[in-house]
Design a protein around this ligand. Structure first.
Ligand SMILES: [Zn+2]
Length: 281
């Protein structure tokens, strides 16, 4: 990304924190990275037991919260989840009476989702993708190299709502990791050692501005607890690089951060619901 995806700014405050090159837009504060993609960790290398014990459990619980978040604005129609993973949100949307459809780039994951849900296509959002009433992109936007082009495409595909979940630089984990330059945490937050690192870090203000620029208006915002108690050790040992004894040492820190975040009403996982502004394409 040459210019800022939020405000088109060209001036950045560039710094390398814990080996991750981060540029912060001087005018809007949006953060972008230029992490080289080089055969990092994909789903294929992830420990399935740890995945089931941490991410899968959190995702299933979050799926329920996500549906409850959308329900006041849409109760029926067709729901398309882009980057649907194993399809937890589609499961929950289907149970609520939505007609569901998904696209997922990872072949193995897509076929696992297809076995349960049916209408899952392997791939990404494209010009050929049919429109849907609710279009969700959960943990997708932060991986893209051209989020603006993607937003324009979503604008032509989402009839009523665009539901977005992104990691937020509002979160205390993000702030602590960067302020204290905690190497492992910064690298994990940007997923710098992974196959699909984070290219951009939004927060509430920059994501709102980004959406407005692309013809959407934000109708609801909330934060989700991303690493709840009881999932910390599994989450930290997911990629097999951190021993369990070491992960256990971090439990009190996660406990403290989650407590503070509950009081602040914030977290590292931002959920935003937007609708296309009428008369603007
Ligand atoms: Zn900017």
């Amino acid at each position: 990304m040459e210019s800022c995806p939020v405000c088109d700014g060209l001036r950045f405050d560039a710094r390398t924190i814990a080996g991750v090159a981060i540029r912060r837009c001087a005018s809007c504060g949006c953060r972008i990275s230029d992490i080289a993609v080089a055969g990092g960790i994909s789903y294929g290398h992830v420990d399935d037991g740890a995945y089931a014990g941490s991410i899968a459990r959190v995702r299933r619980r979050q799926a329920q919260e996500i549906i409850a978040f959308v329900r006041p604005f849409a109760r029926s129609g067709e729901w398309l989840d882009v980057g649907c993973g194993y399809g937890y949100v589609l499961d929950a949307a289907k149970a609520e009476g939505f007609r569901v459809r998904g696209v997922e780039p990872d072949g193995k994951v897509a076929s696992a989702a297809r076995e349960r849900i049916g209408n899952i296509e392997q791939g990404t959002l494209a010009e050929s993708t049919a429109v849907a009433d609710v279009l969700s992109t959960l943990d997708v936007l932060e991986h893209l190299h051209d989020p603006a082009a993607f937003a324009r495409l979503v604008r032509s595909k989402a009839r009523k709502l665009w539901l977005i979940k992104v990691p937020s630089s509002d979160g205390l984990f993000f702030r602590l990791a960067h302020a204290l330059r905690i190497r492992g945490a910064v690298q994990r937050l940007w997923q710098s050692g992974y196959e699909h690192p984070h290219t951009v870090y939004f927060d509430h203000a920059t994501l709102t501005r980004f959406l407005e620029k692309h013809g959407f208006e934000v109708v609801a915002v909330r934060y989700l607890e991303e690493v709840p108690h009881g999932t910390v050790v599994d989450r930290l040992t997911l990629d097999g690089r951190t021993p369990r004894w070491k992960a256990r040492l971090a439990v009190p820190l996660f406990f403290a951060v989650n407590l503070i975040e509950r009081l602040r009403g914030r977290s590292d996982a931002l959920l935003v619901l937007a609708r296309p502004r009428v008369g603007q394409q």
